[in-house]
Design a protein around this ligand. Structure first.
Ligand code: SAH
Length: 344
C-alpha cells in the first residue's frame, strides 16, 4: 500500500484520515498540529501511543522539501535556498532579515508558464505546480535551517501563484490556521503577473492578504513584449482590476516595477506611470533588475531608481526602491536552479 502524505492536508482532511485509522477527531487535530508546527517524525509525537505511532509509520508519511544548497550573505543575513523535491525537481527560496522580522520568499511552481522575457524562472519553461505541502514545507525547512522564526511570507519566488490557485489557497489556509503556524494574513503577500480573474477571486477569498502586481511597463505594446500575459490581460483592464481590488478590500495594492535600463526607466515611462497611477490606493516598489545573463537585459542604476522614486513621490504616488539584499549571492530567482542544472 502506498503511504499517504499528510503534509498539505487541511485539518478536516487530517480528521478524516484519523477516522480511517479508527481514531477520534481530536487525534486528527493533534496530528495536524504536530505537522503544521514543524515536526517531521512520528516518533517525536509524544502524546501518541507507541501503537498509534507505528500505525502512522505504516500508513502515512510526511514528505516535503529538502534544502540541497544554501548561499549565505553573512553581511545582511540573507540566505538563498535550493529546495529539492521528491521527484528530483528543485525550486528556490530566499530568507531575508528586516527590522520588523524575518521574511521568506517562497516558490509556487517548478518553472513558470508566463514567459516574462527578463526572468530566469521562465527560461526552462513550465514543469509542474507545487502541492500545498511543498509550499508549506519551504517555510518549515527554512526555519529549521536558520533556527529562526519566519514572521512574513511573500509568494514571489519561482512560478505564477494564480496559475496554481487551488494549492495556493490551501497553503494560505493551512499556514494561517490557529492549529498550525497561525500566521496573520496581513503578514503574507502574494505577487501576480496580472491574471485578472484570479485577482477578483483572491479579493473575495483573501481580503486580508496583501496583493502585489508586477507591472514593469504601462504601454500595451512594450508590456506585451516583456510580459506575454499582457496580450490576454492588457494594462488598462489590469489597472481597473487593481482599483476594484482596492475598493473591495479597502487595502492598498503594491505594484512591482522591475527597472530595466533603457527599456522601462525612460522619461516617457515615468510620465506614463504618473498619468496612469495617480489617485490609486497603491505603493510602487521599484526593483533594479537582477541581471540574468541569458536574457541580455541590464538593471537601471540605483541612482536612476532613486530619481524615479522621487519623481513619483512628487506626483503623489508612494514609491520606494527595494533595499538591496544578498548582494553576495546570485540575485535573481531561478538562477540558483539554473546553475544547479548546469553543473549536474
Ligand atoms: N509570477 C509572479 C511572482 C513571481 S516573480 C509575478 O510575476 O509577480 C516576483 C517578481 O520578481 C515579479 O515582479 C517579477 O517580475 C520579478 N522579477 C523576475 N525576474 C527578475 C529579475 N531578474 N530581477 C528583478 N526582478 C525580477
Amino acid at each position: 500500500m502506498t503511504k499517504i502524505n499528510l503534509l498539505g492536508m487541511t485539518i478536516e482532511e487530517m480528521i478524516s484520515f484519523a477516522a480511517k485509522l479508527g481514531e477520534a477527531p481530536f487525534r486528527g487535530k493533534q496530528l495536524y498540529k504536530w505537522i503544521n508546527r514543524g515536526t517531521r517524525e512520528f516518533s517525536e509525537m509524544t502524546d501518541f501511543s507507541k501503537a498509534l505511532r507505528s500505525r502512522l509509520e505504516e500508513n502515512a508519511c510526511i514528505e516535503g522539501v529538502e534544502i540541497l544548497r544554501q548561499q549565505h550573505d553573512k553581511k545582511d543575513g540573507t540566505r538563498k535556498f535550493l529546495y529539492g523535491l521528491k521527484d528530483g525537481n528543485a525550486v528556490e527560496g530566499v530568507f531575508m532579515k528586516y527590522k520588523y522580522g524575518n521574511s521568506l520568499c517562497v516558490s509556487s511552481q517548478v518553472g513558470c508558464k508566463m514567459g516574462c522575457s527578463f526572468c530566469a524562472s521562465a527560461l526552462d519553461g513550465f514543469i509542474r505546480n507545487l502541492t500545498a505541502g511543498e509550499i508549506i514545507d519551504q517555510v518549515f525547512a527554512a526555519e529549521k535551517q536558520t533556527g529562526e522564526t519566519i514572521n512574513h511570507i511573500v509568494v514571489m519566488g519561482m512560478g505564477e501563484p494564480f496559475d496554481n490557485y487551488d494549492n495556493l489557497k490551501k497553503f494560505l489556509h493551512i499556514i494561517h490556521s490557529k492549529e498550525g503556524k497561525n500566521l496573520s494574513y496581513r503578514n503574507i503577500t502574494v505577487s501576480t503577473s496580472g491574471i485578472i480573474p484570479a485577482m477578483k477571486r483572491f479579493a473575495e477569498d483573501f481580503p486580508q492578504v496583501n496583493l502585489a502586481v508586477s507591472l514593469h511597463r504601462l504601454d500595451d505594446c512594450g508590456r506585451s513584449r516583456l510580459m506575454p500575459v499582457n496580450r490576454k490581460y492588457p494594462v488598462d483592464e489590469l489597472l481597473d482590476a487593481a482599483s476594484e481590488y482596492t475598493k473591495r478590500t479597502g487595502r492598498r495594492i503594491t505594484f512591482e516595477y522591475t527597472l530595466i535600463a533603457g527599456e522601462n526607466d525612460r522619461r516617457e515611462d515615468v510620465e506614463l506611470m504618473k498619468k496612469k497611477l495617480r489617485g490609486m490606493l497603491c505603493h510602487v516598489n521599484l526593483i533594479p533588475l537582477n541581471k540574468v545573463r541569458e536574457t541580455g537585459f541590464d538593471g537601471s542604476s540605483r541612482k536612476r531608481a532613486e530619481e524615479i522614486a522621487e519623481e513619483l513621490g512628487i506626483a503623489g504616488i508612494a514609491a520606494t526602491v527595494r533595499r538591496e539584499l544578498g548582494s553576495d549571492i546570485d540575485g535573481a530567482c531561478g538562477q540558483l536552479r539554473l546553475k544547479n542544472n548546469q553543473s549536474d
